[in-house]
Design a protein around this ligand. Structure first.
Ligand code: ZN
Length: 65
């Protein structure tokens, strides 16, 4: 089992309780960390940016223009 801690409390990390904060709109959204780590070559979790589905969709649509 893997846990996250803030120095006081611990919470078990599972495939279903990991969220990222969208760097565009600031909304928290659920992510699949295994997939993210599989698609990136960084080892710094703090540097990973994951856009929410809505901002990702807007970005994809703007790329189509
Ligand atoms: Zn967003």
């Amino acid at each position: 089992m893997i846990y996250a801690t803030d120095g006081t409390d611990r919470i078990q990390i599972t495939n279903y309780n990991i969220e990222a904060r969208c760097p565009k709109c600031g909304r928290f959204h659920e992510i699949d960390l295994i997939d993210i780590l599989d698609e990136t070559d960084t080892i710094d979790l703090a540097s990973i940016k994951v856009f929410c589905p809505e901002c990702s969709q807007r970005y994809m649509e703007s790329e189509d223009m």
